[in-house]
Write a protein that binds this ligand. Structure first.
Ligand code: HEM
Length: 409
């Protein structure tokens, strides 16, 4: 009889599983080697782990991102049902296919682009400095709670033109809104989520109306003004987009900063190298995205039968691609589990690819490139606090830390 362990499948491939949550590569490496296009019947999906297969899926514009087009028993529909009745689902561009996706993304890109981010770099630096000033003199703190989490919320609030007086309410709603990804919510958390959703919705409806009369230099004003061939975004489209910018950008950027700081503290030789060569920071951030990506996976629905990596995919099947596994494929990256800020090839799919490539990538990159070096500059002797073991969040899609305690003296 074979003493081989059965391959991990179903709930084992979710953050509910302690091995998958804390040591995902134990499972991902096995799947990639033994069953790279794994039919996960328990959760109603195919689970893909090879670099080239993940590329083929995310770059294929004929596949759908719309969970409403997936069969009711599939993984995508179950995630959707955990949040809201299907009739109430108001998709953002992230869950829309063409032609709606192309139209909305085109208009939003006019407002939210590299230029808007470049103009904001000085403000990002100012926010980072302010947060670090508040930590001065402390010899132990949680990098997530006191730095990596507030930074992107403050930055996006400023970009959206939220008044300083509204900021506390805004921050409370956006924190509560992140519960959307916790499918094991308590009734209290669900109630808080619903209230936050309503609060943000009302807030943005009001902001859109106000900007129609008084344009500013913020993103909401730019979304109100965006126009292409006589086409404009409706009020609902702007409100849904503002919510997306908030939800898609905050947790992910927090996790990029948190995972990146953890990687540098876990590989002191890499930190020494980065200190000696600060110009390596852009490349180092790409390596952080490859090594420990904040979005671990995404999914697509097959609207026609197709073949991926030698496996037939049936009409209506959901493909979940592991962006984490793709970046650690030995067929693409040598010694993939080593963090190396000078690795010549850092190719990754941390921001997806193809038509839905992350619209916030320039902002996320800028925030990490500014925030991470500044933290180590202010706290030159930063090290992990051994009293607080590292714990992962355990969200189904998001790959980050619950806390990152450090000591500086
Ligand atoms: C490190 C931080 C971030 C990561 C890892 C990340 C990751 C991703 C990924 C993987 C996708 C594509 C999902 C798919 O194809 O199914 C995506 C899409 C998107 N992201 Fe990000 N994101 C980050 C930060 C941000 C920020 C800061 C914003 C904006 C404030 C943002 C806004 C968006 C939007 C609007 C989309 C949808 C694009 C579309 O559907 O065309 N993201 N992101």
């Amino acid at each position: 009889m074979s003493d081989k362990q059965p391959l991990p499948t179903g709930p084992q491939l979710t953050a509910a599983d302690p091995v998958f949550r804390e040591h995902p590569h134990e499972y991902l490496d096995r799947l990639r080697a033994e069953d790279p296009v794994h039919r996960d019947d328990k959760l109603g999906r195919l689970f893909l782990t090879r670099f080239e297969d993940v590329r083929a899926v995310v770059s294929n514009r004929a596949l759908s991102v719309d969970p409403r087009k997936a069969p009711p028993e599939s993984y995508l529909r179950r995630i959707l049902a955990a949040n809201e009745p299907i009739e109430a689902f108001e998709p953002s561009m992230l869950s829309l296919d063409d032609p709606d996706h192309k139209r909305i993304r085109g208009l939003v890109s006019q407002a939210f682009n590299q230029r808007a981010v470049d103009a904001f770099r000085r403000r990002i630096l100012a926010v980072a400095k302010q947060l670090l000033d508040a930590l001065s003199g402390r010899n132990a703190f949680d990098v997530i709670a006191e730095y990596a989490a507030p930074l992107p919320t403050i930055v996006i609030a400023q970009m959206l033109g939220v008044d300083a007086g509204d900021f506390a309410r805004f921050k409370h709603w956006s924190d509560a809104r992140s519960q959307i990804f916790n499918t094991a919510r308590t009734p209290e958390q669900s109630a808080e989520l619903a209230a936050a959703r309503q609060g943000l919705d009302d807030y943005f409806v009001h902001a859109v109306e106000e900007r129609r009369h008084r344009r500013g230099t913020d993103i909401v004003s730019a979304l109100v003004s965006a126009e292409e061939s006589g086409d404009r975004l409706t009020q609902r489209e702007i409100v849904v987009t503002c919510n997306l910018l908030l939800v898609a950008g905050n947790l992910t950027t927090t996790d990029l900063i948190g995972n990146g700081v953890l990687a540098l503290l876990s590989y002191p030789d890499q930190l020494v190298k980065l200190r000696a060569h600060p110009e390596l920071i852009s490349h180092a951030v790409e390596e952080m995205l490859r090594y420990d990506p904040p979005v671990a996976q995404t999914s697509r629905v097959a609207l026609d039968p197709l073949e991926i990596g030698g496996t037939e995919v049936k009409l209506g099947e959901v493909m979940t691609v592991s962006l984490l596994a793709a970046g650690h494929d030995p067929a693409r990256h040598s010694e993939p589990h080593r963090f190396d800020i000078e690795r010549p090839d850092t190719s990754h799919f941390a921001f997806g690819g193809g038509a839905h490539f992350c619209l916030g990538a320039p902002l996320a990159r800028a925030e990490a490139q500014i925030a991470i070096p500044l933290l180590f500059e202010r706290f030159p002797s930063l090290r992990l606090d051994p009293q607080h073991p590292i714990k992962h969040k355990g969200a189904p899609v998001f790959n980050g830390l619950t806390a990152l305690w450090v000591r500086s003296a």
